[in-house]
Design a protein around this ligand. Structure first.
Ligand code: ACO
Length: 327
Protein backbone atom coordinates (compact mmCIF):
# COMPACT_ATOMS: atom_id res chain seq x y z
CA UNK A 1 0.00 0.00 0.00
CA UNK A 2 1.48 3.34 -1.10
CA UNK A 3 1.07 6.72 0.66
CA UNK A 4 -1.32 9.28 -0.85
CA UNK A 5 -1.15 13.02 -0.31
CA UNK A 6 -4.69 13.72 0.88
CA UNK A 7 -4.36 17.39 1.93
CA UNK A 8 -1.93 20.27 1.44
CA UNK A 9 -1.48 23.67 3.08
CA UNK A 10 0.99 26.52 3.29
CA UNK A 11 1.91 29.48 5.48
CA UNK A 12 3.87 32.55 4.44
CA UNK A 13 4.45 35.47 6.81
CA UNK A 14 2.69 38.73 5.88
CA UNK A 15 5.79 40.96 5.75
CA UNK A 16 7.47 41.32 2.35
CA UNK A 17 11.12 42.17 1.68
CA UNK A 18 11.45 43.35 -1.92
CA UNK A 19 14.53 43.66 -4.09
CA UNK A 20 14.12 47.42 -3.78
CA UNK A 21 14.23 47.14 0.03
CA UNK A 22 17.50 45.19 -0.32
CA UNK A 23 18.94 47.86 -2.65
CA UNK A 24 18.78 50.23 0.32
CA UNK A 25 20.93 48.06 2.59
CA UNK A 26 23.24 46.18 0.17
CA UNK A 27 25.37 46.79 -2.91
CA UNK A 28 22.84 45.06 -5.16
CA UNK A 29 19.98 45.94 -7.46
CA UNK A 30 16.60 44.64 -8.56
CA UNK A 31 17.79 43.95 -12.11
CA UNK A 32 20.70 41.71 -10.96
CA UNK A 33 18.53 39.77 -8.54
CA UNK A 34 15.67 39.26 -10.99
CA UNK A 35 17.80 38.22 -13.95
CA UNK A 36 20.28 36.03 -11.99
CA UNK A 37 17.73 34.35 -9.68
CA UNK A 38 14.13 35.12 -10.71
CA UNK A 39 13.34 36.51 -7.23
CA UNK A 40 11.37 39.76 -6.82
CA UNK A 41 10.42 39.57 -3.16
CA UNK A 42 10.48 37.21 -0.20
CA UNK A 43 8.55 36.94 3.10
CA UNK A 44 10.13 37.59 6.48
CA UNK A 45 8.69 36.39 9.80
CA UNK A 46 9.29 39.55 11.83
CA UNK A 47 7.53 38.66 15.08
CA UNK A 48 10.45 37.83 17.43
CA UNK A 49 8.30 35.38 19.37
CA UNK A 50 7.48 33.25 16.33
CA UNK A 51 9.63 30.88 14.33
CA UNK A 52 9.52 27.63 12.37
CA UNK A 53 7.19 25.75 14.75
CA UNK A 54 4.62 28.55 14.58
CA UNK A 55 4.57 28.43 10.77
CA UNK A 56 4.26 24.62 10.88
CA UNK A 57 1.43 24.75 13.40
CA UNK A 58 -0.45 27.15 11.10
CA UNK A 59 0.03 24.72 8.19
CA UNK A 60 -0.97 21.72 10.32
CA UNK A 61 -4.17 23.37 11.56
CA UNK A 62 -5.22 24.14 7.99
CA UNK A 63 -4.53 20.55 6.93
CA UNK A 64 -6.66 19.17 9.78
CA UNK A 65 -9.49 21.53 8.88
CA UNK A 66 -9.32 20.78 5.15
CA UNK A 67 -9.39 17.01 5.80
CA UNK A 68 -11.98 17.33 8.55
CA UNK A 69 -10.00 15.32 11.10
CA UNK A 70 -8.90 15.99 14.67
CA UNK A 71 -5.31 16.45 15.85
CA UNK A 72 -5.64 13.28 17.97
CA UNK A 73 -5.87 11.21 14.78
CA UNK A 74 -2.33 12.13 13.69
CA UNK A 75 0.18 9.29 14.27
CA UNK A 76 3.44 11.03 13.36
CA UNK A 77 4.74 14.53 12.56
CA UNK A 78 7.95 14.96 10.54
CA UNK A 79 9.40 18.40 9.91
CA UNK A 80 12.10 18.93 7.33
CA UNK A 81 14.00 22.00 8.50
CA UNK A 82 17.45 23.45 9.10
CA UNK A 83 16.03 26.25 11.24
CA UNK A 84 14.18 24.58 14.12
CA UNK A 85 13.22 27.04 16.89
CA UNK A 86 15.84 25.41 19.11
CA UNK A 87 18.29 22.54 18.66
CA UNK A 88 16.06 20.76 21.13
CA UNK A 89 13.25 20.23 21.69
CA UNK A 90 12.60 19.48 18.03
CA UNK A 91 10.25 21.75 16.10
CA UNK A 92 8.18 18.60 15.50
CA UNK A 93 7.60 18.21 19.24
CA UNK A 94 6.71 21.90 19.59
CA UNK A 95 4.15 21.56 16.79
CA UNK A 96 2.77 18.36 18.30
CA UNK A 97 2.13 20.33 21.51
CA UNK A 98 0.80 23.45 19.75
CA UNK A 99 -1.86 21.59 17.77
CA UNK A 100 -2.67 19.03 20.49
CA UNK A 101 -1.68 15.93 18.50
CA UNK A 102 -1.40 13.95 21.69
CA UNK A 103 -1.23 10.52 20.02
CA UNK A 104 1.59 11.49 17.64
CA UNK A 105 5.31 11.10 17.95
CA UNK A 106 7.40 13.75 16.23
CA UNK A 107 10.87 14.58 14.98
CA UNK A 108 12.84 16.93 12.71
CA UNK A 109 14.82 15.89 9.68
CA UNK A 110 17.83 17.89 8.49
CA UNK A 111 18.40 17.80 4.73
CA UNK A 112 18.31 21.54 3.89
CA UNK A 113 16.58 22.21 0.57
CA UNK A 114 15.85 18.49 0.18
CA UNK A 115 14.27 18.37 3.64
CA UNK A 116 10.73 17.97 2.34
CA UNK A 117 11.61 15.25 -0.16
CA UNK A 118 13.61 13.32 2.43
CA UNK A 119 10.74 13.71 4.94
CA UNK A 120 8.14 12.65 2.38
CA UNK A 121 10.06 9.45 1.67
CA UNK A 122 10.48 8.71 5.38
CA UNK A 123 6.83 9.48 6.15
CA UNK A 124 5.65 7.30 3.27
CA UNK A 125 7.43 4.29 4.73
CA UNK A 126 5.23 4.35 7.85
CA UNK A 127 2.10 4.28 5.67
CA UNK A 128 3.53 1.60 3.35
CA UNK A 129 4.48 -0.62 6.27
CA UNK A 130 0.97 -0.29 7.71
CA UNK A 131 2.36 1.08 10.98
CA UNK A 132 0.52 4.41 10.64
CA UNK A 133 -2.63 5.76 8.98
CA UNK A 134 -2.05 9.52 9.19
CA UNK A 135 1.35 11.20 8.93
CA UNK A 136 1.93 14.95 8.74
CA UNK A 137 4.99 15.84 6.64
CA UNK A 138 6.09 19.46 6.60
CA UNK A 139 8.92 21.50 5.13
CA UNK A 140 9.60 24.81 6.84
CA UNK A 141 12.41 27.27 7.30
CA UNK A 142 12.87 30.68 8.86
CA UNK A 143 15.90 31.47 6.72
CA UNK A 144 15.96 35.10 7.90
CA UNK A 145 17.22 33.73 11.24
CA UNK A 146 20.43 32.40 9.63
CA UNK A 147 20.92 35.02 6.91
CA UNK A 148 23.73 37.58 7.05
CA UNK A 149 22.00 40.67 5.70
CA UNK A 150 25.40 42.27 4.97
CA UNK A 151 26.39 39.47 2.55
CA UNK A 152 24.91 40.16 -0.89
CA UNK A 153 25.89 36.67 -2.08
CA UNK A 154 23.27 35.07 0.16
CA UNK A 155 20.98 37.79 1.59
CA UNK A 156 19.07 38.24 -1.66
CA UNK A 157 18.29 34.55 -2.05
CA UNK A 158 16.31 33.38 0.96
CA UNK A 159 12.90 33.84 2.59
CA UNK A 160 10.70 32.38 5.33
CA UNK A 161 7.78 30.00 4.84
CA UNK A 162 6.22 26.61 5.47
CA UNK A 163 4.20 24.01 3.61
CA UNK A 164 3.01 20.52 4.30
CA UNK A 165 0.93 17.51 3.40
CA UNK A 166 -1.07 14.76 5.07
CA UNK A 167 -0.15 11.21 4.08
CA UNK A 168 -2.74 8.42 4.25
CA UNK A 169 -3.05 4.96 2.64
CA UNK A 170 -3.57 5.28 -1.12
CA UNK A 171 -5.85 3.50 -3.59
CA UNK A 172 -3.96 1.01 -5.77
CA UNK A 173 -1.81 2.78 -8.37
CA UNK A 174 -1.87 6.18 -6.63
CA UNK A 175 0.32 8.08 -4.20
CA UNK A 176 4.08 8.33 -3.77
CA UNK A 177 5.03 5.69 -6.35
CA UNK A 178 8.78 6.17 -6.69
CA UNK A 179 11.69 8.05 -5.14
CA UNK A 180 15.45 8.18 -5.50
CA UNK A 181 17.38 10.28 -3.04
CA UNK A 182 21.08 11.05 -2.86
CA UNK A 183 23.71 12.59 -0.58
CA UNK A 184 27.31 13.67 -1.20
CA UNK A 185 28.87 14.95 2.00
CA UNK A 186 32.41 14.80 0.63
CA UNK A 187 31.70 17.48 -1.99
CA UNK A 188 28.84 19.34 -0.35
CA UNK A 189 30.40 20.25 2.97
CA UNK A 190 32.83 22.82 1.58
CA UNK A 191 30.44 24.84 -0.58
CA UNK A 192 27.19 25.33 1.35
CA UNK A 193 27.23 25.37 5.14
CA UNK A 194 26.74 27.14 8.47
CA UNK A 195 30.01 27.07 10.39
CA UNK A 196 28.90 27.52 13.99
CA UNK A 197 26.09 26.71 16.38
CA UNK A 198 26.56 22.94 16.39
CA UNK A 199 28.84 20.86 18.62
CA UNK A 200 31.97 21.57 16.56
CA UNK A 201 31.83 25.32 17.10
CA UNK A 202 29.41 26.15 19.90
CA UNK A 203 28.29 29.78 20.14
CA UNK A 204 30.99 32.14 21.41
CA UNK A 205 31.79 35.85 21.05
CA UNK A 206 34.12 34.89 18.21
CA UNK A 207 31.51 32.92 16.28
CA UNK A 208 29.00 35.75 16.64
CA UNK A 209 31.52 38.46 15.70
CA UNK A 210 32.60 36.50 12.62
CA UNK A 211 28.96 35.86 11.60
CA UNK A 212 29.56 32.12 11.65
CA UNK A 213 25.89 31.48 12.48
CA UNK A 214 24.79 32.49 9.00
CA UNK A 215 24.52 30.48 5.81
CA UNK A 216 27.52 30.61 3.49
CA UNK A 217 27.54 29.46 -0.08
CA UNK A 218 29.90 29.31 -3.03
CA UNK A 219 27.03 30.03 -5.41
CA UNK A 220 28.84 29.32 -8.66
CA UNK A 221 30.02 25.87 -7.55
CA UNK A 222 26.64 24.94 -6.06
CA UNK A 223 24.88 26.17 -9.20
CA UNK A 224 26.76 23.72 -11.42
CA UNK A 225 25.94 20.73 -9.23
CA UNK A 226 22.32 21.85 -8.76
CA UNK A 227 21.68 22.21 -12.50
CA UNK A 228 23.17 18.80 -13.22
CA UNK A 229 21.59 16.83 -10.40
CA UNK A 230 18.09 18.35 -10.42
CA UNK A 231 17.83 17.64 -14.14
CA UNK A 232 19.32 14.14 -13.74
CA UNK A 233 16.86 13.35 -10.95
CA UNK A 234 13.86 14.51 -12.98
CA UNK A 235 14.91 12.51 -16.04
CA UNK A 236 15.65 9.51 -13.82
CA UNK A 237 12.09 9.61 -12.40
CA UNK A 238 10.70 9.73 -15.96
CA UNK A 239 12.88 6.83 -17.14
CA UNK A 240 12.24 4.60 -14.13
CA UNK A 241 8.49 5.06 -14.47
CA UNK A 242 8.21 5.04 -18.27
CA UNK A 243 6.87 8.59 -18.35
CA UNK A 244 7.16 10.65 -21.54
CA UNK A 245 7.19 14.46 -21.49
CA UNK A 246 3.49 14.36 -22.48
CA UNK A 247 2.71 12.17 -19.46
CA UNK A 248 4.02 14.77 -16.99
CA UNK A 249 1.30 17.01 -15.56
CA UNK A 250 3.57 19.13 -13.35
CA UNK A 251 7.19 19.38 -12.35
CA UNK A 252 7.39 20.87 -8.86
CA UNK A 253 11.05 21.77 -8.38
CA UNK A 254 12.95 23.25 -5.47
CA UNK A 255 12.98 27.02 -5.93
CA UNK A 256 16.61 28.16 -5.59
CA UNK A 257 17.09 29.82 -8.96
CA UNK A 258 14.78 30.13 -11.97
CA UNK A 259 17.71 29.32 -14.28
CA UNK A 260 18.14 25.93 -12.55
CA UNK A 261 14.39 25.31 -12.86
CA UNK A 262 14.37 26.21 -16.57
CA UNK A 263 17.34 23.94 -17.26
CA UNK A 264 15.54 21.07 -15.53
CA UNK A 265 12.37 21.59 -17.58
CA UNK A 266 14.46 21.75 -20.75
CA UNK A 267 16.16 18.42 -19.99
CA UNK A 268 12.71 16.88 -19.40
CA UNK A 269 11.52 18.40 -22.67
CA UNK A 270 8.45 19.91 -20.99
CA UNK A 271 7.10 23.43 -21.46
CA UNK A 272 7.27 25.97 -18.64
CA UNK A 273 3.47 25.96 -18.20
CA UNK A 274 3.93 22.48 -16.68
CA UNK A 275 6.31 23.82 -14.03
CA UNK A 276 5.28 25.06 -10.59
CA UNK A 277 7.08 28.34 -9.94
CA UNK A 278 6.76 30.81 -7.07
CA UNK A 279 10.39 31.83 -6.54
CA UNK A 280 9.49 35.34 -7.74
CA UNK A 281 7.25 35.85 -4.66
CA UNK A 282 8.96 33.83 -1.94
CA UNK A 283 12.63 33.35 -2.87
CA UNK A 284 14.32 30.20 -1.59
CA UNK A 285 12.46 29.04 1.53
CA UNK A 286 14.71 25.94 1.70
CA UNK A 287 12.64 22.92 2.87
CA UNK A 288 9.38 24.82 2.29
CA UNK A 289 9.66 25.51 -1.44
CA UNK A 290 8.16 22.26 -2.78
CA UNK A 291 5.21 21.91 -0.35
CA UNK A 292 4.50 25.66 -0.75
CA UNK A 293 4.37 25.28 -4.50
CA UNK A 294 2.30 22.08 -4.28
CA UNK A 295 -0.21 23.73 -1.94
CA UNK A 296 -0.57 26.69 -4.31
CA UNK A 297 -1.30 24.39 -7.24
CA UNK A 298 -3.73 22.36 -5.14
CA UNK A 299 -5.52 25.44 -3.80
CA UNK A 300 -5.86 26.87 -7.32
CA UNK A 301 -7.80 23.71 -8.30
CA UNK A 302 -5.28 22.76 -10.98
CA UNK A 303 -4.55 19.25 -9.71
CA UNK A 304 -6.77 16.34 -10.83
CA UNK A 305 -6.84 12.71 -9.76
CA UNK A 306 -4.39 10.72 -11.88
CA UNK A 307 -2.04 13.64 -12.58
CA UNK A 308 1.65 12.72 -12.78
CA UNK A 309 3.78 14.96 -10.55
CA UNK A 310 7.56 15.00 -10.31
CA UNK A 311 9.26 16.69 -7.33
CA UNK A 312 13.01 17.41 -7.51
CA UNK A 313 15.40 19.22 -5.19
CA UNK A 314 19.06 20.01 -4.59
CA UNK A 315 20.56 21.52 -1.46
CA UNK A 316 23.12 21.61 1.31
CA UNK A 317 24.75 18.34 2.24
CA UNK A 318 24.78 17.95 -0.69
CA UNK A 319 21.36 16.31 -0.72
CA UNK A 320 19.18 15.84 -3.78
CA UNK A 321 16.74 13.58 -5.54
CA UNK A 322 13.38 13.08 -7.19
CA UNK A 323 9.95 11.73 -6.28
CA UNK A 324 7.12 10.58 -8.55
CA UNK A 325 3.56 11.02 -7.28
CA UNK A 326 0.36 9.84 -8.96
CA UNK A 327 -2.09 12.42 -7.59
N1 ACO B 1 23.95 41.80 -6.38
C1 ACO B 1 24.81 42.24 -7.31
N2 ACO B 1 25.90 41.56 -7.69
C2 ACO B 1 26.13 40.38 -7.09
C3 ACO B 1 25.28 39.87 -6.09
C4 ACO B 1 24.16 40.62 -5.74
N3 ACO B 1 23.29 40.22 -4.81
N4 ACO B 1 25.77 38.68 -5.67
C5 ACO B 1 26.87 38.44 -6.36
N5 ACO B 1 27.11 39.47 -7.22
C6 ACO B 1 28.21 39.63 -8.18
C7 ACO B 1 29.39 38.78 -7.80
O1 ACO B 1 30.23 39.47 -6.89
C8 ACO B 1 30.08 38.57 -9.14
O2 ACO B 1 30.82 39.72 -9.47
P1 ACO B 1 32.26 39.56 -10.20
O3 ACO B 1 31.93 38.90 -11.52
O4 ACO B 1 32.71 40.95 -10.29
O5 ACO B 1 33.05 38.67 -9.31
C9 ACO B 1 28.89 38.51 -10.12
O6 ACO B 1 27.78 39.13 -9.45
C10 ACO B 1 28.51 37.11 -10.52
O7 ACO B 1 28.48 36.32 -9.34
P2 ACO B 1 28.17 34.77 -9.38
O8 ACO B 1 28.21 34.22 -7.99
O9 ACO B 1 29.01 34.12 -10.44
O10 ACO B 1 26.67 34.82 -9.90
P3 ACO B 1 25.80 33.63 -10.38
O11 ACO B 1 25.32 33.89 -11.73
O12 ACO B 1 26.43 32.28 -10.10
O13 ACO B 1 24.53 33.74 -9.41
C11 ACO B 1 23.64 32.64 -7.48
C12 ACO B 1 24.70 33.59 -8.02
C13 ACO B 1 22.29 33.26 -7.74
C14 ACO B 1 23.85 32.43 -5.99
C15 ACO B 1 23.75 31.29 -8.23
O14 ACO B 1 25.08 30.89 -8.27
C16 ACO B 1 22.92 30.19 -7.65
O15 ACO B 1 21.72 30.20 -7.74
N6 ACO B 1 23.56 29.14 -7.09
C17 ACO B 1 22.89 27.93 -6.66
C18 ACO B 1 22.07 28.14 -5.43
C19 ACO B 1 21.49 26.82 -4.96
O16 ACO B 1 20.92 26.06 -5.72
N7 ACO B 1 21.67 26.51 -3.67
C20 ACO B 1 21.23 25.25 -3.16
C21 ACO B 1 20.06 25.39 -2.31
S1 ACO B 1 20.31 26.43 -0.90
C22 ACO B 1 20.29 25.40 0.52
O17 ACO B 1 20.44 24.22 0.47
C23 ACO B 1 20.08 26.03 1.83
Amino acid sequence: MKAAITATAKYTPPDKLTNFDLEKILDTNDEWIRTRTGIQERRILKDPDKATAYMCAEVSKQILEKRGISAEEIDLIIIGTVTPDTIFPAAGCLVQGMIGAKNAWAFDLSAACSGFLYSLVVGSQFIESGMHKKVLVLGADKMSAITDFTDRNTAVLFGDGAGGVLLEPAKDGYGVLDAKLYADGANGKDHLYMLAGGSLRPPSHETVDKKMHAIRQDGRVVFKSAVTEMANSAVEMMRRNNLSADDITYLIPHQANHRIIMATAERMNISMDKVGINIDRYGNTTAATIPLCLAELDESGKLKSGDNLIFVSFGAGYTWGGIYVKW
